[in-house]
Write a protein that binds this ligand. Structure first.
Ligand SMILES: [Zn+2]
Length: 277
């Protein structure tokens, strides 16, 4: 792996105006459709335009298509879950806000920028990117599919049965959801030529490891609260229309921070593995 620090950002920005025009048109259409179908709120749409622009300009349209696939499938599954299983304390609705967009999109974006800045090979960049998106996608589908499970999930540490929606709760349904996400991601990225069969073989276990790290961080350090009204253990400091009592974990570490940590770790793990093998 040849590493040489680029001295100027400017030389990395494509000069071809068509690339920028293409990015603006694609992102505008997606933002309008996302608002129309209530997949994103206005601030979420603004965040997705910034992230999408950086990925298209520095990574290329293929990398953006991977993130878009993750976003569309996750949004569709969340919408189905809200309609079939109902709402949970986790989110008001299926609409995603800017925090969610940044929590899932920042690590993939940084992977591309850092890879370009350090002149990493396309293989290392693809590995880091897929490690981050794989962790985010597997974690999202694990959470959503896990909510279809009728029984109670178990806590990753200690294995006691807990209420659905508890940070760090896991179930077999959840892991099947995560596996499904990784199979979709591996197939799609291979189809568009971003990944190799070798990278696919590493992506699936690393994505599941990333999701597990997310659950461990959720159970261990994420802030947890108990509702004064209904007594449920929550990840939000508000429930039943009143502030909830802080039980454990750090207040500043919410589900989005945990997501950011686990996707960054997923990127580092798969990029390191790709560099070693
Ligand atoms: Zn409550």
């Amino acid at each position: 792996m040849k590493i040489e620090l680029r001295r100027f950002w400017v030389e990395l920005i494509p000069l071809n105006p068509l690339i920028h025009l293409q990015a603006v048109i694609i992102l505008a259409v997606i933002a309008i459709l996302s608002l129309r179908f209530r997949f994103l709120d206005p601030k979420g749409a603004a965040a997705s335009i910034i992230i999408g622009y950086i990925i298209i300009v520095f990574g290329g349209i293929g990398y953006f298509a991977i993130l878009l696939t993750f976003f569309l499938i996750s949004s569709a599954v969340t919408m189905l879950r809200v309609r079939i299983v109902g709402e949970l304390s986790i989110e008001k609705d299926w609409i995603r806000g800017w925090r969610n967009v940044i929590a899932n999109g920042l690590a993939p974006t940084l992977t591309i920028l850092i890879s370009r800045l350090l002149s990493c090979s396309d293989r290392i960049m693809a590995a880091g990117y897929l490690g981050a998106v794989g962790t985010a996608f597997a974690d999202t589908l694990a959470t959503e599919i896990g909510l279809f499970y009728r029984g109670k999930p178990r806590l990753i540490m200690g294995f006691e049965k807990v209420e659905k929606g508890t940070p760090g709760a896991i179930s077999a349904y959840g892991y099947l959801g995560g596996l499904l996400a990784l199979l979709i991601l591996a197939t799609f990225s291979w189809f568009i030529g971003i990944t190799s069969p070798q990278l696919v073989l590493m992506l699936i276990p690393i994505g599941l490891v990333g999701t597990t790290i997310d659950s461990i961080l959720g159970a261990g350090i994420q802030g947890k609260y108990r509702c004064q009204g209904c007594g449920k253990l929550l990840e939000n400091p508000h429930h039943c229309g009143q502030p909830a009592e802080h039980v454990s974990g750090a207040r500043w570490i919410n589900t989005h921070i945990v997501n950011l940590m686990s996707t960054s770790l997923g990127a580092m793990l798969l990029a390191t593995l790709a560099a070693l093998l």
